[in-house]
Write a protein that binds this ligand. Structure first.
Ligand SMILES: Cc1cc2nc3c(=O)[nH]c(=O)nc-3n(C[C@H](O)[C@H](O)[C@H](O)COP(=O)(O)OP(=O)(O)OC[C@H]3O[C@@H](n4cnc5c(N)ncnc54)[C@H](O)[C@@H]3O)c2cc1C
Length: 570
């Protein structure tokens, strides 16, 4: 399958590596006519919202009808626009698609549902980045492409696309430098380094490794569930980085770029299987029609705040509480924006949803989260040890979610902190934590602590006899150095032998104390060129998807083989 038009080097990058599909549609070489600036909307231009509401307002999906009915096309518009590219959504993917399209010479209109940007993630993996290696040269020894692609595919049960992952690996480095390079032109943006101890000045806008230092003996190639270091964390958040990239887009496109905020797309214009544009509606009820000569990029993010879609597409059960999430981008009415608008608009235009849904769920807090998802002993309320604790944060959380009252107890002793060099790197893992920190938190009452195991268990809301038996069994296995029960590697079998003993309680009650649902990562059937497919698995001309609305990047569950691969599909 070929993209429409030809692909330049930049287009290739913009198309996939940075998650923006804009360039894949052959914006290069086109000669868009400049748009006139938007004229203020007069009251006569405004449609009768009440009269129009029934056929035009996007009906909310009900609990068993995720798709709903496609709104009718309004008869009148506050404004009609004719551009090369329409981008829908301005998060990581939309920002990159916008800049890529503008740099290809396209005229672009962007519709964003929220007030500013889709601001959630702070992490982006740097695999392949030359810029990153200037600051963190240690990362390179971990970047084994073959190991990474196999681990990601295995983590997604091979139900995602090898080709998408392969393209990401081939292009991410250059894309990363392109995206972050824009912000680094500002001398006030700090890119710290391993040599500088991974420290950013207080209140700085900057970039650092999300988890540093790397545990001394860590080697992902020797891990059953590897996570490959090299994740950039931005401070204070992604806003200045998005702004720098939008500034680049404006520089390239001038008045050929228009961004309309609090103006969600409500449907795609489609004709005989081709997508030709977008209809959007602002907070005052005005309708806008944007016809796209080259294509429409859906970059609308995920659907974790849409229970009907969650139930329809995710393999796990999520109840009402379970889908409370920390997604914070709100529309003009104060509702979360991640309700799957792009998925539904695409489906109304004939697109097929990815078969195997995928979610990103992390243990955000619980008790103190002091050692995070490091592989200390974990018991449930029945007092049972129930898993090999040496897994990635996402998988750790999923197991937590299954336990009685969504509650688990994480137990460690004073000697645990002598083994940090042998600990894994990965999401929510804190091998840098010091024993003194733990003691302080215990003194402040944030962690349970005791000089005896019995004294510790007495403080826990747990089946005490079963817990004591499980700890005894665990200690025996640790002494043996062989986890005959669940197969945790022996170097991480650290028994509870040296007082004081500590307990951190994770409560996944859906109120974000213990479990957080971040995003869904399943989208419309797609490929490495961001095309969208219909039910016959034919490409829908004129339609592209990027970011979380793009299907087949991941499946079933976010594998966390690389932290920060959700955002930077720039
Ligand atoms: C709290 C939190 C932390 C996270 N941390 C990480 C992390 O560390 N690393 C990582 O890789 N991932 C992380 N994620 C996941 C990450 O946020 C997403 O994978 C990433 O933001 C996806 O980018 P996106 O552009 O696809 O979607 P988004 O960033 O969600 O952007 C989508 C945009 O589309 C807009 N939109 C929606 N509907 C419409 C419509 N109808 N019309 C117009 N605009 C619309 C939304 O308002 C939003 O601005 C995190 C998520 C959350 C919630």
């Amino acid at each position: 399958m070929q993209a429409q038009g030809s692909l330049s080097r930049r287009a290739f990058l913009g198309a996939m590596a940075l998650g923006g599909a804009a360039a894949a549609m052959g914006a290069a070489g086109c000669s868009p006519k400049s748009e006139a600036p938007a004229s203020p909307t007069s009251s006569q231009d405004k449609p009768d919202v009440n009269a129009a509401a029934e056929p035009t307002a996007a009906p909310a999906a009900t609990s068993n009808d995720w798709l709903g009915t496609e709104p009718a096309t309004p008869d009148t518009f506050a404004e009609e626009m004719d551009v090369d590219v329409v981008v829908v959504g301005l998060g990581w993917a939309g920002v990159c698609a916008t800049r890529a399209a503008c740099e290809e010479g396209a005229s672009v209109v962007v519709f964003e549902k929220g007030e500013n940007f889709g601001l959630t993630s702070k992490n982006a993996h740097a695999f392949g980045s030359k810029l990153w290696l200037e600051h963190y040269p240690e990362s390179e020894k971990y970047w084994d492409r073959t190991a990474i692609i196999n681990a990601v595919m295995k983590g997604c049960l091979n139900r995602n696309s090898d080709a998408i992952m392969s393209k990401w690996l081939n292009t991410n480095g250059e894309a990363f430098d392109w995206f972050f390079g824009a912000a680094l032109e500002n001398p006030e943006v700090v890119f710290t380094s391993s040599a500088e101890g991974n420290k950013l000045p207080k209140d700085a806008t900057g970039i650092k490794e999300t988890s540093w230092p790397y545990p001394a003996n860590y080697n992902p190639l020797e891990e059953y569930w590897p996570c490959f270091p090299g994740t950039a964390c931005v401070a204070p958040n992604a806003t200045p980085f998005f702004e720098a990239n939008i500034a680049k887009a404006e520089q390239a496109a001038g008045d050929k770029l228009r961004i309309m905020r609090f103006t969600p797309a409500i449907k795609l214009l489609h004709d005989n299987g081709h997508v030709t544009g977008v209809i959007a509606q602002d907070a005052d009820g005005n309708f806008y029609k944007a016809t796209a000569r080259k294509g429409v990029v859906l970059a609308t993010g995920d659907f974790f705040s849409n229970l009907a879609m969650v139930n329809a597409f995710l393999s796990r059960r999520f109840d009402e509480d379970g889908i409370k999430n920390i997604y914070s981008v709100m529309d003009a009415q104060g509702n979360q924006c991640n309700v799957g608008d792009g998925h539904r608009m695409g489906a109304w235009a004939g697109a097929m949803m990815q078969l195997d849904g995928c979610n990103m769920t992390h243990a955000i807090g619980g008790g103190t989260y002091t050692v995070g998802t490091l592989p200390a002993l974990v018991l449930n309320k029945r007092g049972q040890r129930f898993m090999n604790e040496d897994i990635q944060g996402q998988q750790f959380t999923e197991r937590l979610y299954e336990q009685k009252d969504k509650t688990v107890f994480q137990l460690y002793d004073a000697s645990f902190f002598d083994h940090m060099d042998d600990m894994p790197y990965g999401h929510g893992k804190h091998p840098e934590v010091k024993f003194e920190t733990v003691q302080k938190e215990a003194e402040e009452g944030k962690l349970l602590t005791s000089d005896t195991i019995e004294g510790l268990v007495d403080q826990m809301d747990i089946d005490k006899d079963a817990a004591l038996a499980s700890i005894k069994r665990y200690n025996e296995l640790c002494t043996k150095g062989d986890d005959e029960d669940y197969g945790k590697v022996s170097k991480r079998m650290i028994g509870l032998t040296t007082p004081p003993f500590f307990c951190d309680t994770y409560i996944g009650d859906g109120s974000m104390k213990g479990v957080g649902n971040l995003v869904t990562m399943s989208g419309l059937e797609s490929d490495e060129e961001c095309h969208v497919y219909n039910e016959n698995l034919d490409v829908i001309p004129g339609l592209y998807a990027a970011g979380n609305v793009q299907g087949n990047r991941f499946s079933v569950v976010y594998p966390e083989v690389l932290q920060g691969t959700a955002s930077p599909w720039l």
